[in-house]
Design a protein. Structure first.
Length: 401
């Protein structure tokens, strides 16, 4: 599968696991979740080994749209589960952690650049929901249907615009890898883990016929571990004229009940993505009709866009499998599962929460409270996100299905 982000980066593979090892924490999967956690732990002196089936960033982390979007739906759920004051506190805490993460990522190659994000309200329900969303997002303001049309080509009753960030996912993942390694973590690529089990004093991970003995194991294998997944597919246009790109900033716009689209400009091209139903396709396989379906959807949402053949189409699964919050949880005394269902932001936050679970003495009281608030919602993050979008946006247009 050709992924646009791949083109500029060539790296030598890291050596696979070739012998039995012992460490404090073994991490399965070198995506954003696994690598961020590896960095957090290694930089506090823990001996960390990361085992990656393919190469760092092979999964969703290296092929995503790179749009940082902290799901506001979560706060709504916290309010339902815990009441108004915890929800307000949790929301502010999440917002400030998001700011810290963005600042921290700024030190990395592929770190965030600022962008305006437009959210369209195609229907009446969506229009009514927008003030709530606007209140939940920092720097959000309402925008008129004219402004929305001018910036997104989108016909809608109105919308909101807010300040967001975009990253280059491939560069970001490689940078996280370099950071984890510099902190002392060992990463083995081409090392598929086939078994994780408990032992009397910890856990045992088996890969390539070797064993890694660890006090704790964190499974951060992302979507690929899932039997039932949401898919999201993206296409890249060929290089487009500056004048066309100028009107195509990043945006998240409604498509239909279960779905939404997202787009951004990258390297002189328009990247456009949409969600698909929970279907399972083989790893690294793009169904033949996805390009045509995405193109139709794109031209329906931006009718004035000149027609083109996509330069490439790619995508992958987003973990679902009905995993509930806590997306970070102890499965057994020595095994923690870290599932970053709802995007880059949650992959980064999840690593922090996992660190808190593994090393409670390192966790600040605020982070512990936040982790507990998030855990208390006990809803799938992805479900929360889509629920909010559905309520906000209502049926409109068509999705990929
Ligand atoms: C096309 C697409 C677009 C997206 N766009 C956005 C976006 O714009 N904004 C956003 O916030 N989010 C987006 N996402 C979601 C986001 O990319 C993911 O939520 C996030 O990257 C998950 O990170 P992760 O580290 O948990 O999982 P992954 O990145 O999937 O990493 C898991 C790693 O584990 C490895 N692995 C799996 N099984 C094993 C095994 N048995 N042994 C060893 N290693 C194993 C895999 O090879 C992989 O490298 C998008 C996702 C896709 C697919």
């Amino acid at each position: 599968m050709r992924v646009l982000f791949d083109s500029s980066i060539r790296v030598d593979p890291l050596p696979p696991l070739r012998q039995d090892l012992a460490c404090d924490v073994a991490i399965v999967g070198a995506g954003i979740s696994g690598l961020s956690l590896a960095y957090e732990l290694a930089s506090r002196g823990r001996k960390v080994t990361v085992l990656e089936a393919e190469h760092a960033g092979f999964g969703a982390s290296g092929r995503n749209g790179g749009i940082l979007f902290p799901a506001p739906g979560l706060v709504w759920r916290i309010r339902g589960a815990l009441g108004h004051s915890d929800a307000t506190w949790a929301f502010e805490a999440l917002r400030s952690r998001c700011g810290e993460l963005v600042h921290d990522l700024g030190a990395l190659e592929g770190g965030p650049t600022q962008a305006s994000m437009y959210l369209a309200a195609p229907g009446r329900v969506a229009e009514r929901a927008l003030p709530w969303v606007a209140r939940s997002l920092s720097d959000a303001r309402r925008c008129s249907s004219e402004e929305l049309a001018a910036h997104t080509g989108q016909k809608a009753r109105g919308g909101i615009v807010f300040s967001a960030h975009v990253v280059d996912p491939k560069r970001l993942t490689r940078s996280l890898l370099a950071r984890a390694q510099a902190a002392g973590a060992t990463v083995h690529e081409n090392t598929p883990v086939v078994d994780v089990s408990e032992s009397s004093s910890g856990a045992l991970v088996t890969a390539l016929g070797h064993r890694v003995r660890a006090r704790d194991v964190v499974v951060a294998s992302g979507a690929w571990a899932s039997r039932r997944s949401f898919q999201t597919w993206m296409l890249s246009s060929p290089t487009l004229p500056e004048s066309t790109l100028a009107m195509l900033g990043p945006s998240i716009v409604a498509t239909a009940e279960r779905s939404f689209t997202y787009r951004r400009v990258y390297d002189g091209r328009l990247l456009f993505g949409a969600f698909d139903d929970p279907v399972t396709v083989p790893l690294n396989h793009v169904p033949a009709d996805v390009g045509a379906r995405l193109t139709r959807l794109l031209h329906r949402s931006i009718p004035d866009l000149p027609t083109f053949e996509p330069e490439c189409v790619w995508g992958g699964a987003i973990h679902s499998q009905g995993h509930e919050f806590p997306s970070v949880r102890r499965e057994s005394p020595h095994v923690v599962r870290l599932g970053a269902i709802a995007g880059i932001y949650w992959a980064l936050m999840g690593a922090r929460f996992a660190h808190g679970l593994l090393e409670p003495s390192d966790e600040t009281p605020e982070d512990a409270r936040l982790r507990q608030c998030v855990a208390a919602t006990r809803v799938p993050v992805f479900g929360a996100l889509t629920l909010v979008l559905r309520l906000m946006l209502g049926p409109w247009g068509g999705d990929l299905t």
